[in-house]
Ligand binder design. Structure first.
Ligand code: NAD
Length: 366
């Protein structure tokens, strides 16, 4: 019998997608509301850990989570944006206590410090996130030195396991929850058109938008309801997976420049800037706009985002975050340098300037 490819002359050969490669990051993820201690102890056991370095901002929040784990040291010296000297102290503690597994319990700053330890030691991380930042699902690390933020990608910093326990977040203040959830939503939006965005990233991002759009108003209505917290965590996880694969789009580049230059609060900066980037990009990609709009249940993605922002009383302006208007123009050059060439619309200095001034004032995005 003759072998070989089937005849193609009568086949329809137009593919559904341009050629793409999607890489899935290897990680175990548990959703375990109210059962973090059990799940963390199982993950540490699977990793063969007998001397755990626990990293947390808040010992009281972390201790119940660590109940079933052999803790060699609980390290609480966590500072936002991971200054290098803070990273060095944590690395020294890991060596001093001969740690074999790192367990982080906290927001993006805490996960970030665990990643700094893993980057140089190769120690495996079990991450227990307590905000919606999503760092736990990415292989991106960040450090700051003399006010300059450096980021990099390294497989060693990807947590081997993540334990999501929504009950740990019942005390996260509503305003912080809203900003953090909108940071997650920004991961979804950027994942639609990031430099490596593919159809799988987009599917994850759209489900992330749907979950965050439903979960955040539930948190505002009932901050101590586990269901709304867990729905938001689910959306935050999807957003981070999509974002890690798609890479930073224009929105993240803008926020990265602003955050690094002016030491602005991370989540709030994302929450303020997102509608302006959406207003700039979405009209150029009507198909993506329509799919995001469907996830929001509105006519356009911007209408959906603005409705959600109104419902949850989102942070409005860069002015409210303490930025001075005279500083805005200094950010334009670095943003233009960082803007991805694949952005749906070419980005000009005038557009960036207009975007920053509108975000500064909290004007309705055009
Ligand atoms: P954060 O970790 O600094 O936490 C914000 C505040 O919330 C802190 O004061 C913290 O103590 C408090 N908090 C955290 N959990 C709490 C809880 N359950 N109850 C009460 N208070 C709680 O901020 P963040 O927004 O989570 O993370 C921001 C950092 O994460 C930035 O440095 C950012 O660059 C980084 N990040 C990295 C990635 C990545 O992929 N590498 C992704 C997203 C964010």
């Amino acid at each position: 019998m003759a072998l070989g490819p089937p005849p193609v002359d009568d086949a329809e050969v137009t593919p559904a997608f341009p050629r793409f490669v999607h890489e899935t990051l290897p990680q175990r993820v548990s959703f375990a509301a109210g059962e973090a201690a059990d799940a963390v102890s199982e993950e540490v056991r699977r990793l063969g850990g007998s001397r755990v370095m626990a990293i947390a901002t808040d010992a009281d929040r972390a201790e119940p989570v660590l109940a079933g784990v052999p803790v060699a040291v609980l390290h609480t010296d966590v500072v936002r944006h991971v200054p290098v000297e803070v990273a060095e102290r944590a690395r020294a503690a890991a060596r001093e206590y001969d740690a074999d597994v790192v367990v982080s319990v906290g927001g993006g700053s805490t996960t970030g410090l665990a990643k700094a330890v893993a980057l140089t030691s190769g120690l495996p991380i079990v991450a227990v996130p307590t905000t919606y930042a999503g760092s736990e699902a990415t292989d991106v690390w960040g450090l700051t030195e003399s006010g300059r933020k450096t980021t990099g990608v390294d497989r060693r910093v990807l947590p081997r396991a993540v334990v999501y326990d929504a009950s740990l977040m019942l005390g996260l203040p509503v305003a912080t929850s809203v900003a953090s959830g909108l940071n997650a939503l920004a991961h979804c939006v950027d994942a639609m058109w990031g430099p490596r965005a593919d159809p799988i990233d987009q599917a994850l991002a759209l489900e992330g938008i749907r979950a965050l759009n439903a979960g955040l108003p539930r948190i505002v209505a009932g901050p101590r309801e586990v269901g709304g917290r867990e729905q938001t965590l689910y959306g935050a996880y999807l957003s981070a997976v999509a974002f890690a694969s798609a890479g930073s789009g224009l929105h993240h580049k803008i926020c990265h420049v602003l955050g690094g230059m002016f030491d602005l609060p991370h989540a709030e900066t994302h929450a303020v800037v997102l509608p302006y980037v959406l207003a700039l990009n979405a009209p150029a990609v009507p198909d993506l706009d329509a799919r995001m709009a469907a996830a929001f249940g509105t006519h356009t993605a911007l209408a959906g985002l603005q409705r959600l922002r109104g419902e949850v009383d989102a942070p409005r302006s860069l002015r409210d975050l303490g930025l001075a208007e005279r500083d805005l123009d200094r950010a334009v050059g670095p943003i233009l340098e960082a803007a991805p060439p694949s952005n749906p619309v070419p980005v000009t200095a005038e557009e960036v300037e207009a975007l920053l001034h509108a975000a500064y004032e909290g004007r309705e995005p055009a």
